[in-house]
Write a protein that binds this ligand. Structure first.
Ligand SMILES: C[S@@+](CC[C@H](N)C(=O)[O-])C[C@H]1O[C@@H](n2cnc3c(N)ncnc32)[C@H](O)[C@@H]1O
Length: 473
C-alpha cells in the first residue's frame, strides 16, 4: 500500500520493522505504517533495527543497525569483499533459500502481472505449473568470463571492480563466482604488467595504457583467451608481456588486443587483433561446438546453460519433423541446440556480428538445416509468415524488456503448436504470457533455472501450448 500522505519516517530516525520481502537489488523490504523501506542486508522473516538514510515520497532506504530476530536462512557470506562489491546480492542467504525465493518471485509475478492461476505449491502432489528452481550442486566458480577494469593506486596496478556508486577501482584478489583459472590469470596479468612498467588507463586524464583485462575459459576444452583492452595500439614490451603470460599458463591458447581510445564506459573498442595464438577458443554446450572470439557473446554459466537449453529442447517436443523459429537468437546457441532434433530452424537476431558467429557455428557443427536472418524479430517473422513459412514451434529469448507486442500478435496468428519462452525477467514474461493466453494459448509449465547463483537474477523457461479450441481452422 503506497501512501500519498507525508512519509511516517524522517531521515536519521531509528526504526524497528519486520522484513517481508526482497527488492530488485536484493535489499530487505519492510513497511512502517504502509510506507516501504528498503534495507540492504536484511532478509525476509527478520525483525531489524535500521537508521533511515533516505526518504522519498512513496518509499525510503534504511541502513541495517541490528538484527533483532534472525532468519533461519541467514548465512555468513564467504566473500571478503561482498559488502563493497555489489556483484552478488544474496550471499548472506542460504543457497536453498535463494532457490525457493527465486521460484516465489516467478509465482508472484505470474499471478500479479500475468493474472495466471498457479496450481500446486512446492511439496504438494499434483500438476506443478511452476517447478522448483533448478540450482547448481556447487554454486561457486561458475562464471567462464571475467572482465576487470585496471587502475593505479599508490603507485601500484589495481584491478577488480568499481566501488558502489563511483568509478574508484577496488583491487580484487579472488572472485568466488569466477572460475579459479580466471582469477589466477587476472592476478598474474596485473603482476606482469606492473613488473614491466605498463601503465593503467586513467579515465580522468585519458592517459595510460591498460584499460581492462578480459579472460574467457572454455569449461569443456579448458582453452583460455586473454584480451588486453588498451588505450592505444602499441603496448610497451609487448613480446615480454605475451611470453610471460604464456609461461605462466599453458592453457592460454589465444592472446588478443582490443583497442579502445574513446572516452567511454563501454569496455570494447572497434578494433581487435590477435597478438598470439588462435583467434577463437572452442567450447561445447552438450554436443554442440562453439567458436568464441574476443567480442562474441557467450552465456557466462555454461553448466546451467546446458540445463536451460535441455529444458527448452524438452518443451519444444521435437521429433525431427518440425520447423522451428528461434527469435532473439543471439549467436544461435539455442538454434543449434534445437537443430539437432528439428527438420529446419530459422533464427533471427538484431546484431549482425552475432548472426555471423551463428553461421560460423552452424558450419562448425555441419548443420545445414539452420537459416539465420539479421533484423528485428517483430519485422522479420511477420515477413516469414507472409512468405508462407509455417512453424510448429516458436522459441523466444528476448532481452529484459520482453517481446515486442507485434511479435506476440504474429505468433498468435501463426498458431504454432508450442511456444517456448526463455526469460531473464519474470515480470515481462508474465505480461507477455497474458497476451498469449488472451490470444488462445495456455501456459503449461514454467521452469526457473538458476543461471546466476548469489545474485537476484532469475531465468526461466516456459512451455506455452495452443489451446484446442484454437487448434483448428
Ligand atoms: C537474452 S539474449 C538471447 C541470446 C541467445 N538466445 C542466447 O541464448 O545466447 C537476447 C538477444 O536479443 C537480441 N535482440 C534485442 N532486440 C531484438 C529484436 N527486436 N529483434 C531481434 N533480436 C533482438 C539481442 O541482441 C540479444 O542477442
Amino acid at each position: 500500500m503506497s501512501t500519498t500522505k507525508n512519509p511516517p519516517v524522517k531521515k536519521n530516525m531509528d526504526v524497528t520493522l519486520e522484513i517481508k520481502g526482497i527488492g530488485h537489488s536484493g535489499e530487505g523490504v519492510g513497511r512502517i505504517n504502509g510506507y516501504t523501506l528498503f534495507i540492504k542486508g536484511a532478509l525476509p522473516g527478520e525483525k531489524v533495527k535500521a537508521k533511515v538514510i533516505k526518504v522519498k515520497k512513496n518509499f525510503g532506504y534504511g541502513k541495517l543497525l541490528e538484527i533483532v530476530e534472525k532468519s533461519e536462512s541467514r548465512t555468513e557470506p564467504p566473500c571478503d569483499i561482498y559488502n563493497q562489491c555489489g556483484g552478488c546480492q544474496l550471499q548472506h542467504m542460504e543457497y536453498a533459500a535463494q532457490l525457493e525465493w527465486k521460484r516465489q518471485r516467478v509465482v508472484d509475478n505470474l499471478e500479479r502481472i500475468g493474472k495466471l492461476e498457479v496450481v500446486g505449491k512446492i511439496g504438494e502432489s499434483g500438476n506443478l505449473k511452476i517447478l522448483p528452481t533448478l540450482g547448481m550442486d556447487d554454486p561457486w566458480n561458475y562464471r567462464n568470463k571475467a572482465q576487470v577494469p585496471i587502475g593505479e593506486h599508490e603507485g601500484g596496478l589495481v584491478g577488480g571492480f568499481y566501488a558502489q556508486g563511483s568509478h574508484r577501482i577496488i583491487d580484487m584478489d579472488t572472485c568466488l563466482i569466477q572460475h579459479d583459472l580466471n582469477n589466477d590469470v587476472i592476478r598474474e596479468v596485473k603482476n606482469i604488467a606492473q613488473q614491466l612498467g605498463i601503465s593503467a588507463y586513467d579515465e580522468v586524464t585519458h592517459k595510460g595504457m591498460l584499460r581492462h583485462v578480459v579472460v574467457k575459459i572454455a569449461f569443456h576444452t579448458n582453452e583460455l583467451m586473454v584480451v588486453l583492452v588498451t588505450n592505444g595500439e602499441r603496448i610497451p614490451k609487448q613480446e615480454q608481456f605475451i611470453s610471460q603470460i604464456r609461461d605462466k599458463f599453458s592453457q592460454v591458447v589465444s592472446i588478443c588486443q582490443n583497442i579502445n581510445t574513446k572516452k567511454t564506459n563501454v569496455i570494447f573498442g572497434d578494433q581487435t587483433k590477435t597478438l598470439w595464438g588462435k583467434e577463437v577458443i572452442y567450447d561445447y554446450i552438450g554436443d554442440v561446438k562453439f567458436a568464441i572470439s574476443a567480442r562474441s557473446f557467450y552465456q557466462v554459466n555454461p553448466v546451467q546453460t546446458k540445463i536451460l537449453y535441455e529444458k527448452a529442447l524438452e518443451y519444444a517436443g521435437l521429433t525431427g519433423k518440425e520447423t522451428v523459429i528461434d527469435a532473439y537468437c543471439g549467436i544461435g546457441t539455442i538454434s543449434l541446440f534445437l537443430a539437432q532434433k528439428a527438420k529446419k530452424v530459422f533464427g533471427v537476431e538484431i546484431v549482425k556480428e552475432a548472426i555471423e558467429d551463428g553461421k560460423i557455428n552452424a558450419e562448425l557443427n555441419g548443420m545445414s538445416n539452420v537459416e539465420f536472418a539479421v533484423g528485428k524479430a517483430e519485422e522479420v517473422i511477420p515477413k516469414w509468415k507472409e512468405e508462407g513459412i509455417e512453424t510448429d514451434v516458436i522459441v523466444v529469448d528476448p532481452p529484459r524488456k520482453g517481446c515486442d507486442e507485434t511479435l506476440l500478435q504474429t505468433i498468435i496468428q501463426m498458431k504454432p503448436k508450442r511456444v517456448v519462452y526463455v526469460s531473464c525477467d519474470s515480470a515481462t514474461l508474465a505480461r507477455d504470457l497474458r497476451i498469449l493466453e488472451d490470444g488462445g494459448f495456455k501456459t503449461e509449465q514454467v521452469q526457473p533455472v538458476d543461471m546466476f547463483p548469489h545474485t537476484v537474477h532469475v531465468e526461466c523457461v516456459a512451455l506455452i501450448e495452443l489451446s484446442h479450441s484454437h487448434d483448428v481452422g
